[in-house]
Write a protein that binds this ligand. Sequence first.
Ligand code: NAD
Length: 553
Amino acid sequence: MNTMTNKVIRYRGTDLNTKGWQQEAVLRMLMNNLDHEVAERPEDLVVYGGIGKAARNWECFDAIVKSLKELEDDETLLVQSGKPVAIFKTHTDAPRVLLANSNIVPAYANWETFHELDKKGLMMYGQMTAGSWIYIGSQGIVQGTYETFAELAKQHFNSSLKGTITLTAGLGGMGGAQPLAVTMNGGVCIGIDVDETRIDRRIETRYTDVKTDSLDEAIRLATEAKHTGKALSIGLIGNASDLLPEMIARNFIPDVLTDQTSAHDPLNGYTPSGFSLEEAAKLRAVNPEEYIKLSKASMAKHVSAMLEMMEKGAVTFDYGNNIRQVAKDEGVENAFDFPGFVPAYIRPQFCEGKGPFRWVALSGDPEDIYKTDQAILREFADNEHLCNWIKMAQEKIQFQGLPSRICWLGYGERARFGKILNDMVASGELKAPIVIGRDHLDSGSVASPNRETEAMKDGSDVVADWPILNAMVNAVGGATWVSVHHGGGVGMGYSMHAGVVIVADGTKEAGARIERVLTTDPGMGVVRHVDAGYELAEKTAREKGINIPMLNK
Ligand code: NAD
């Protein structure tokens, strides 16, 4: 049922709808998460990643909006799985909002329990940035995806994907960044999605170049582009678990292979083999158990085909949706033969506290973001990789909702840039305050043994104390909103993670909070990797003077 008319409002400019910029920032970011340009299914409050939601239901949404409008500068609103449950008097430096999403006592932490609670109206799935109100659309993941493919190209293809074909599936909210990230690296991408409207959306936003429903046509276009060295992305309409085996039958083996269907959620995120979207929706409603059974069996078929393509030469990796685990549970014993993207390509960045840092212009004016781009180019001129990224992002990435920018910054860099942003707001160079945040997929904010903490050096993959410490220290430091979630990315039972957002409103107080939080947050990433025995993290900690009691000086 669509009850969102007139509820999701695009607040812009400098007039406040709340009692201060901190509260205003929360309100604008909640609205932005559900903006029609940003969210995948805003009418159902679904932001991205299967059923990742921004509020439990429309009644809760209304109550959150009302609470934010009434919230004083020295109060804190508590949100439990998308429902506002209390407003306490705290103090001006405390977070304005604290959120806990989808947390279930470990022995019960599975989809079955979640669905029962969800049906009873007791819980919602917060994914990562959906329930913590810092999702900015596919643009939020583009650099991470770009960096992943760039590192893969460095390791396997002489630093460029030119003349190679990448095959993937899932062109949803996050997965939709893949085609653009591949072409940005010079390569050809075939992105399969069973839902044509998802492909259309990627074409509208220039993340994908062309679409077809013909496998032969997709192979022909991709092969031609590969041979001429042209960068091209093709959206192929169809079901990955059917199309991959067909590709093998036609002797088509891609150079690079991955997948970003929402396999973390077998009921809502993956369409079983042989089903049209309509048929799948019908089965999901009338017989969810049968749906889950068929969906898991299809994932096993999908992963088996990926393993066969890998054996035939495709550089294959898991892209953080837990599809290997499902396949393994279904009897594909060697499902984990291909690695996850974090140990394969990303971990060294985590050791330096680097991860997907982002900022959003609350004015709604793109000029504000362009000015911050100039600040990066000026202040980080010696970082060629970063400057190239900013220039490329300006040229290729279309804004969705509030203008925003993403780039990977590490320990030291984040606090430095946060101060610059706050000073730009203070001087009036920017029209309104800036929201500073990050994905939960970051260096020190997540425990996820099939993804961010897969194959840790010391075997501490499942240790979940780190995201809790991360959230606590960021709250103490004075972040504007802090969240603790379960089950994001890889699904129920497989992850714990924390989010943080802080507002640069140009005040001296905000400056002090920013310095604290943008130091402790990436600091946790360095510390977590020092504790696991990574030399690069130890080197970073020593160079930056991070005080770690048991690290030999
Ligand atoms: P989404 O739900 O918005 O999109 C999933 C897409 O997969 C949909 O478009 C759907 O139509 C398609 N799909 C489902 N079954 C299919 C099938 N059998 N064949 C072809 N297409 C199929 O999700 P999203 O936000 O794009 O996230 C995708 C997955 O990636 C999730 O599991 C998410 O947790 C994970 N993720 C990974 C990262 C990362 O950096 N690696 C980041 C965020 C999310």
